[in-house]
Ligand binder design. Structure first.
Ligand code: HEC
Length: 237
């Protein structure tokens, strides 16, 4: 057996000690920042009785998932909100901002520390994050390839109808005067999480507006417009 120098032995012994636990290299903690962010964007599904298969309501629950959490948020698979920020504006936007993604990634990279319990927020009131479906009474306009509006329309919501898994597709409206309105940009489409995106404010588009996808013909969408007001029928005299 070859003789090892004292230094080599020390190096060998030091290795397992280094891996025994991860070093904490961040000031971001679950108790302060991460719990609040998870409460806002994750725990409607990731909780006891929620639609997700595991909870993220405590550090003990979240810690084993740290690596997966970082990956999912960087890949924009979680939370399952596929509309890219800044391209249209939607009600109940669940998407993470760049800062929020970085906060989570930095926390995980830094050893995912718990922090002190006294800083934990109060338990949030939870409503299930569900697909809201079509707005009540709305009329569907199918968008496949380029579609032209035959009549003026007040657009209320939009929903991917047929898109490939992982697809990144924009839907853009061009008014007859040439002005452009971004409707939605679905990035990294996850068919299992397809939902209807309700516009923050209704968008009025004139007749002759062209609606198309980029890349062209990349998928099918449904636009929902407000139903035309019912004509007032005068009683017969
Ligand atoms: C609308 C409900 C919903 C929301 C909101 C949500 N998730 Fe999920 N999540 C799920 C479901 C359902 C799964 C199960 C896997 C699947 O079906 O894709 C999952 C799976 C995961 C996984 C496991 C992925 C794997 O490795 O299999 C991680 C990690 C995760 N979510 C993290 C998060 C984080 C972090 C947030 C908030 C920033 C979040 N989720 C928000 C529903 C949700």
């Amino acid at each position: 057996m070859p003789r090892r120098s004292a230094l080599a032995w020390i190096a060998l012994l030091a290795v397992p000690a280094l891996h025994a636990h991860e070093y904490i290299t961040t000031k971001i903690t679950f108790a302060q920042e991460i719990s609040r962010l998870f409460n806002k964007k994750c725990v409607t599904c990731h909780r006891e009785g929620g639609s997700a298969p595991f909870a993220l309501t405590t550090w003990e629950e979240a810690r084993p998932w740290a690596k997966a959490i970082k990956e999912e948020v960087l890949e924009r698979r979680m939370p399952p909100w596929s509309a890219v920020k800044g391209f249209g504006e939607f009600k109940g936007d669940m998407g993470l901002t760049m800062e929020e993604v970085k906060l989570i990634a930095d926390w995980v990279e830094g050893g995912a520390p718990a922090g002190k319990d006294i800083y934990l927020p109060k338990a949030p009131k939870l409503a299930d994050a569900k697909d809201p479906g079509a707005p009540r009474g709305a009329v569907e306009i199918a968008v496949t390839g380029a579609t032209s509006l035959a009549a003026p329309a007040r657009i209320l919501a939009i929903r991917p109808k047929k898109l490939d898994r992982g697809a990144s597709v924009q839907v853009i409206a061009t008014r007859p005067d040439g002005s452009i309105e971004p409707l939605i940009w679905i990035n990294n489409h996850q068919p299992g999480f397809t939902r209807t995106y309700h516009l923050a404010k209704p968008l009025s588009l004139p007749a002759g507006t062209r609606i198309e996808t980029a890349p062209p013909g990349a998928g099918a969408f449904a636009l929902y417009k407000a139903a035309a007001p019912k004509p007032i029928v005068k009683p017969a005299e």
